[in-house]
Design a protein around this ligand. Structure first.
Ligand SMILES: Cc1cc2nc3c(=O)[nH]c(=O)nc-3n(C[C@H](O)[C@H](O)[C@H](O)COP(=O)(O)O)c2cc1C
Length: 213
């Protein structure tokens, strides 16, 4: 099989990103781009790539859902014993990626992941639909399972146990504390705009730099 995509190209010409027009704080720019992306109903604007690194230095990548930007952290929820959870346990350096194609925009985030405190994870778990709670409890995320039937049985067992479920310790949230946030805006002729924010030593101070496309 040969798939040739050499002639698949698109010109980006919707928006621009200029130093004089950006806020000092990258969270404000993130919020404004997020709200813009969210207006396009066909995209799941809060889906983000999450990259982690294994103990032997191999990267892995998957999508998760951003659930909150809170206390200057990007928050998502998962199974702490999953592959990503195990990798974060070993090395808390992670990267996030948003691509809002319809706006010709990309945001790259690099930082450290911390487990949220139990109370916050409890609150979020309690807010989820019952079937999502059941699935979180039933699924040994990232483990090899026998077959689909095996999974269905695990789900059925949890579902028959109780309808008032408590968050298991192996499931909860992470907050990503960013050190670098880069905003990429597609521009014509591949002369894209890239502005990177780098966190300073003082809390909440950020320097900004333009990067070559
Ligand atoms: C759009 C999208 C959103 C997802 N959101 C989550 C999420 O918020 N949390 C989660 O644990 N997995 C989520 N997943 C599933 C993950 O991509 C992945 O399959 C799972 O977390 C296991 O990853 P791991 O084995 O690398 O730990 C999502 C998948 C997609 C495609």
């Amino acid at each position: 099989m040969h798939l040739n995509l050499e002639n698949s190209r698109k010109s980006y010409d919707q928006h621009q990103l200029e130093e004089h027009a950006i806020p000092r704080n990258p969270f404000d720019l993130f919020a404004s781009w997020y709200k813009d992306a969210e207006k396009i109903s066909s995209i799941e604007a809060n889906a983000m790539g999450l990259a982690t690194v294994s103990s032997d230095g191999k990267p892995s990548l998957r999508k998760v859902l951003l659930k909150e930007v809170w206390n200057n952290q990007f928050v998502f929820y998962t199974n702490y014993k999953s592959r990503k959870g195990r990798e974060i346990e070993h090395n808390s350096s992670v990267a996030l990626l948003f691509h809002w194609e319809a706006r010709e925009r990309q945001v790259r985030i690099e930082g450290l992941a911390f487990k949220l405190d139990a109370i916050k994870s409890d609150e979020y778990f309690a807010s989820r639909p019952l079937s999502s709670q059941q699935a979180a409890i039933a699924s040994p995320q990232s483990e090899i399972v026998e077959n689909r039937d095996d999974l269905e049985q695990r789900f059925a067992k949890v579902s028959s146990d109780s309808d008032q479920l408590i968050r298991p310790e192996f499931w909860g949230g992470y907050g990503i504390v960013p050190k670098v946030i880069e905003f990429w805006q597609g521009r014509p002729s591949r002369m894209h705009d890239r502005i990177t924010y780098i966190k300073g030593d003082n809390k909440d101070t950020w320097s900004t730099h333009r990067l070559a496309p």
